[in-house]
Every structure is written in structure tokens, then in C-alpha cells.
Design a protein around this ligand. Structure first.
Ligand SMILES: [Zn+2]
Length: 99
């Protein structure tokens, strides 16, 4: 199956989502710290506290939602990479903000 998320279409969508979240000053999905949108979208080797797109329903299980904007929320790259790839983590529903 084609990897839509890493296609030209997916890259365009990421920029649109960054603009959406920047305008809304959207918070990180995982932690209470604000996202510094002046850093721009995360790029490889860049600041790990930069914005990155987080799929609420993981692409591995829901490839048909890879390019669905309502399935994609803001997260720090650091938080995204340390939590988002663990199996099952995305299936737990709304994460608590209390911790
Ligand atoms: Zn975070």
C-alpha cells in the first residue's frame, strides 16, 4: 500500500495542519507544556520540542485515516516519539492532562 502520509500530498497536509494548530495555539496532546510554534514544524535533527503531527488513531492500524485532519492533533516531537510509537498507547482514549 502506498504510504500516503509520506507522499507529496501528505507533506502538503502536514504544513496545513501546522498552520491550523499554530493559529489555534493548539496544546501538546501528551504534556501540559505549550508548543513553541515559532520553531516551525519539526524537521529531522531539529528542536525536539517543535510541533509534530500526532495521529490519534495510529496509521499502522488505521491507514485510511492517515490524511484525515480530524485524526491528527498537535504534539511535541519529543512527546510524540517517546509515547506515540508504543503499541496500544494510542488506543487508550483521551489522555489525562493531570499528570
Ligand atoms: Zn509535549
Amino acid at each position: 500500500m502506498a504510504d500516503l502520509w509520506n507522499s507529496a500530498q501528505g507533506r502538503r497536509l502536514r504544513l496545513q495542519l501546522f498552520e491550523r494548530d499554530r493559529k489555534a495555539n493548539a496544546p501538546c496532546r501528551w504534556c501540559p507544556d505549550p508548543i513553541d510554534y515559532s520553531l516551525g514544524p519539526y524537521t529531522r535533527g531539529g528542536d525536539v520540542m517543535a510541533w509534530s503531527p500526532e495521529h490519534v488513531k495510529p496509521r499502522s492500524l488505521y491507514p485510511q485515516l492517515a490524511l484525515e485532519p480530524t485524526n491528527i492533533v498537535a504534539a511535541h516531537f519529543h512527546c510524540n516519539s517517546s509515547r506515540g510509537t508504543r503499541a496500544g498507547v494510542n488506543e487508550m482514549g483521551t489522555p489525562s492532562r493531570a499528570w
